[in-house]
Write a protein that binds this ligand. Structure first.
Ligand SMILES: *[C@@H]1O[C@H](CO)[C@@H](O)[C@H](O)[C@H]1NC(C)=O
Length: 309
């Protein structure tokens, strides 16, 4: 269900997120200070998986550690990223002047000192999405807590608290809940009308964010879902025929999720949780504009497959 290449790099998104992230790296003069105050944690699906799924038992569709992934890009070999090159969080880490590529949590002997990436291709916010084949949000949060506890042993409680509250938490997730978890799952559609399903996803995301907040996290960054119905795999499922263009029901779910996040959940959490900060760029409209007006962006043809999961 996912394209083999992605070109999501957007100066718009970077401007938003890097500004936010760069609080970290400018904090001090000594290397020691920068080191201890900069961390970047990532939770999500294949849009930001740097290779965690290389280490789990799953199906090939949930992995990207084989050719032709990665051959022409930055790493020149497959790494597990669902991309020919780097993924968005690699660029964010670089622009924020973090000195390392943030490693996958499951990579043996990884250096966690500047943060950890817990993302897993195919994963959803709901544990039922691709269950047994991915690292779901709940498990990603458990892994985060293990890292936090190991830091308390390593750096002490006070220092860990500082790092955690200064760190940025990037969450890019939800597409798989609506695709495989809902549109590809007649039983789920039978159980829950679309609005109710969106509420469930948002409710579980809210729980996840509040759990992180409870552990001391304060600075959050999100990426709105893309127009899911324009993915080639979903165009092919369009009941109006696969030549009919984007599958509107799928994009409508993504829109409903994005609206619930933007107008409901995030402002609500900001009102509720002291010190809660967030960035939430509008990836949906940004990408739809590229799909609808490819020539304005220096592309000769219309390649809608730039939306990844
Ligand atoms: C989280 O999702 C489950 C289904 O996986 C649902 O039963 C539960 O109500 C949801 N939680 C919230 C707070 O919405």
């Amino acid at each position: 269900m996912r394209p083999s290449s992605s070109s999501c790099s957007s100066s718009f998104i970077y401007a938003n997120l890097v500004l936010f992230l760069s609080f970290q790296a400018t904090g001090g003069f000594s290397v020691e200070k920068i080191r201890s105050n900069s961390a970047f944690f990532i939770f999500g699906d294949s849009s930001v998986d740097p290779g965690n799924n290389n280490y789990i038992e799953t199906i090939p569709e949930n992995q990207a550690n084989y050719k032709p992934y990665g051959l022409n890009g930055f790493f020149k070999e497959p790494t597990g990223r669902f991309s020919d090159g780097r993924i968005i969080v690699d660029y964010l880490a670089e622009y924020a002047k973090l000195p390392v590529v943030i490693p996958p949590y499951l990579e043996p002997n990884a250096d966690y000192d500047y943060g950890v990436n817990f993302a897993s291709g195919g994963a959803g916010i709901l544990s039922s999405t691709n269950q047994g084949l991915v690292i779901d949000l709940k498990t990603q949060l458990e892994y985060f807590d293990k890292v936090r506890l190991s830091w308390i042993e390593k750096f002490g409680e006070a220092e860990t608290e500082n790092i955690i509250s200064d760190a940025v938490y990037f969450i890019s997730m939800g597409s798989n809940d609506y695709m495989g978890g809902y549109l590809g799952n007649p039983k789920m559609q039978h159980l829950h009308p679309p609005e109710e399903f969106v509420k469930m996803v948002i409710g579980n995301l809210s729980q996840g964010i509040q759990e992180l907040y409870g552990r001391g996290a304060r600075k959050f960054a999100f990426l709105s879902l893309c127009p899911l119905g324009c993915l080639p795999a979903l165009r092919a499922l369009n009941p109006k025929g696969h030549e009919a263009g984007c599958f509107e029901d799928a994009s409508a779910l993504a829109s409903a999720h994005n609206n619930a996040l933007k107008m409901g959940l995030l402002p609500d959490l900001q009102a509720l949780l002291k010190g809660f900060k967030y960035s939430n760029p509008n990836f949906y409209d940004w990408l739809l504009d590229k799909i609808n007006h490819p020539t304005d962006h220096g592309k000769r043809t219309n390649h809608p497959s730039t939306c990844f999961l």
